[in-house]
Design a binder for this molecule. Structure first.
Ligand code: GNR
Ligand code: NI
Length: 181
């Protein structure tokens, strides 16, 4: 089922997501619906916050651009296996390493038709559970690393536009107000 996406300046986008305690059928259905919503909206990532579910769940499918990521520890049974896999699901994710700041252009399904440059780390390591509850560690670079930081921000109620100057934020808000007249 495709879910409606909250749009800026909806205050619900500012909610901090809670940790998932158990990966039950409700969570599995949420993950499935989030993938459907992301693909149907042509997004490369989606945080549960954007579909008004305030749990630490993120889905992602970043087009493969070669050396962008490695799964360094897949789960309990396959240790230190270097594999590439997408789509990706992150439950209770935490970033454990960040390196090399760089400027990237970002967009967001919750801020349609707006793109801006944001400084992010270009190389990160993230630890999370997958949709089956298996822990994994992922080393990511470039767009995948940017997307992970963007999605983890959503789970904290942060939007990429929060990093822009007050003037740019004011202009964006004025533009949105005009559009919804
Ligand atoms: O689809 C998306 N594209 C994108 C491009 C650059 C940096 C981040 C993103 S994430 C965005 C989908 C979205 O809003 N996820 O929260
Ligand atoms: Ni977004």
């Amino acid at each position: 089922m495709k879910l409606p996406i909250l749009k800026f300046p909806d205050d619900k986008l500012r909610t901090k997501a809670s940790k998932v305690e158990t990966i039950d059928d409700t969570i599995k259905t949420l993950v499935k619906d989030m993938f459907e919503t992301m693909y149907d909206s042509d997004g490369i990532g989606l945080a549960a916050t954007q579909v008004n579910q305030h749990l630490q769940v993120v889905v992602m499918d970043v087009p493969d651009s070669g050396e962008d990521y490695q799964l360094i520890l897949e789960n309990r049974t396959t240790k230190n296996k270097l594999i590439k896999k997408h789509p990706l699901c992150f439950i209770n994710p935490t970033i454990t390493k960040k390196e090399e700041k760089e400027i990237h252009t970002e967009g967001c399904l919750s801020v349609p038709n707006f793109y801006a440059k944001v400084e992010r780390f270009n190389h990160i390591v993230v630890e999370a559970l997958d949709e089956n509850g298996d822990p994994f560690t992922l080393e990511a670079r470039n767009l995948l690393a940017v997307c992970i930081q963007h999605e983890l921000d959503h789970l904290q109620g942060i939007l990429f536009i929060d990093y822009l100057s007050k003037l740019k934020q004011k202009r964006l808000l004025e533009r949105i107000k005009k559009q919804s007249l």
